[in-house]
Design a protein around this ligand. Structure first.
Ligand code: SF4
Length: 409
């Protein structure tokens, strides 16, 4: 079979869309929908085109941030059906961390090289807007050099409604206390038809857009996200991407796009509402590829989530249009408590290894994509700053080591 024959198998509509986007034209949402449903030769052409676009847009660097996730409370009354993290305040494993715990976690993160802490929590009925500011003041006061990436639009909505301030004033009030950037989470699918099923009590699409654009308008950047693999269709995904691209054209405030696969095992949406059991590998790869092609040149940082995908599939995402590996996280409970089992901490040395396996260059970045350090030469890598842990050894290995120690003594 000749290469020409392989190319001839690609659907002319798919080939036309890929050709156009590589030529610098924008994809329509209808074309994004078409690409989100590709398989066979069309799928492979899509992935190849996205990888080519990635190399044109971002070169061969793969960025990552050394950060720590901190959830200050898991008490939440919103009741999203996809959430395995939230608790009623009277449940025995409900928590509401005092400030000392957050400061200790930040201290540990800084000692391990973190430049960012990502702080989010449930919507606790006993809190108000002042709690968010108190967290910022405490963390920033003790660690002025740490970048605080905090509070989803859902938390901003809650705090703002309690505050009685104008939205922009409320956001400035948080920025004054140390807020550096905002996670673009709580987006799920930005379509109220879907939101009314999966999270009817959560903020609606227009409110999410209002909060994010208000943040961008005062110079507070945010990420952008999408949760897929549950009840949404390709049309919902394409329109969500279209909305993000439109916002970015107006504000330029998104730092990146992060597709987040639905983790299904331990929540109502899958177990009682008939949602799909998360995405397939092909869906993960297609979405990364379509995001690269559809969002260029407006949002050019496309991140893979190793917590959702696992490190190996994240590597495949980096070969399919993504250029960012996300963060080390150090601690992660939102995905884990819905059933994800890829761990909570990926140390920088492990990220560098995974990136180099692809023949690419690991680059540590700030939250806002300023280059902090390139790792061109593995020989010059810094030593690990992770706490020393005894490796977990198998029974025979433990027995053999004990014999060797006994013989040596
Ligand atoms: S996803 Fe967030 S807002 Fe929804 S129930 Fe869970 S913690 Fe609450």
């Amino acid at each position: 079979m000749s290469l020409d024959r392989l190319l001839a198998d690609v659907d002319p509509l798919v080939a036309g869309a890929l050709d156009a986007v590589l030529d610098g034209k924008e994809l329509s949402t209808r074309e994004a929908e078409l690409l989100l449903e590709t398989d066979g030769a069309d799928f492979h052409a899509l992935v190849r085109a996205a990888d080519l676009a990635r190399s044109e847009d971002k070169g061969d660097d793969v960025t990552f941030v050394v950060n720590r996730n901190m959830n200050f409370t898991n008490v939440c009354y919103v009741g999203c059906s996809f959430c395995g993290f939230s608790r009623h305040k009277d449940e025995k494993d409900a928590y509401d961390h005092p400030m000392e715990v957050l400061l200790e976690k930040t201290r540990d993160a800084v000692a391990r090289g973190a430049t960012e802490v990502c702080i989010q929590g449930g919507i606790h009925p006993g809190k108000d807007h002042t709690h968010y500011r108190e967290i910022l003041e405490a963390v920033k006061g003790a660690f002025p050099d740490v970048h605080i990436h905090a509070f989803s639009p859902e938390e901003i909505d809650f705090g703002h409604r309690k505050s009685g301030m104008e939205l922009a004033d409320y956001l400035r009030w948080l920025v004054d206390a140390g807020l550096g950037t905002m996670p673009g989470t709580a987006a799920e699918i930005l379509d109220d038809e879907v939101r009314d099923v999966i999270s009817p009590n959560k903020l609606k699409k227009d409110r999410w857009v209002e909060i994010v654009t208000a943040a961008h308008s005062i110079g507070l950047p945010s990420t952008s996200t999408l949760m897929y693999g549950h009840i949404e269709s390709a049309r919902h995904v394409a329109e969500h991407l279209g909305l993000l691209r439109d916002i970015q054209k107006r504000t330029g405030g998104f730092t990146e796009f992060v597709p987040l696969g639905f983790i299904h095992e331990k929540n109502v949406l899958f177990n009682h509402m008939g949602a799909r059991p998360g995405s397939s590998m092909a869906e993960d790869v297609r979405l990364v590829a379509v995001a690269r092609l559809f969002l260029r040149p407006w949002i050019t940082n496309i991140q893979v989530s190793w917590v959702k995908m696992g490190p190996k599939l994240a590597q495949l995402g980096l070969m399919s249009g993504a250029n960012d590996f996300g963060g080390t996280l150090m601690e992660e409970s939102i995905s884990r408590e819905s059933g994800a089992d890829f761990g909570e901490n990926l140390p920088p040395e492990e990220i560098r290894r995974l990136v180099r396996e692809l023949g690419r260059t690991p680059v540590e970045r700030s939250t806002t994509y300023r280059v902090l350090r390139r790792f061109d030469d593995p020989e010059k890598d810094p030593p690990s700053r992770e706490p020393k842990r005894e490796p977990e050894l198998s029974g025979p290995t433990r027995w053999r080591l004990a014999q060797e120690r006994a013989a040596a003594s």
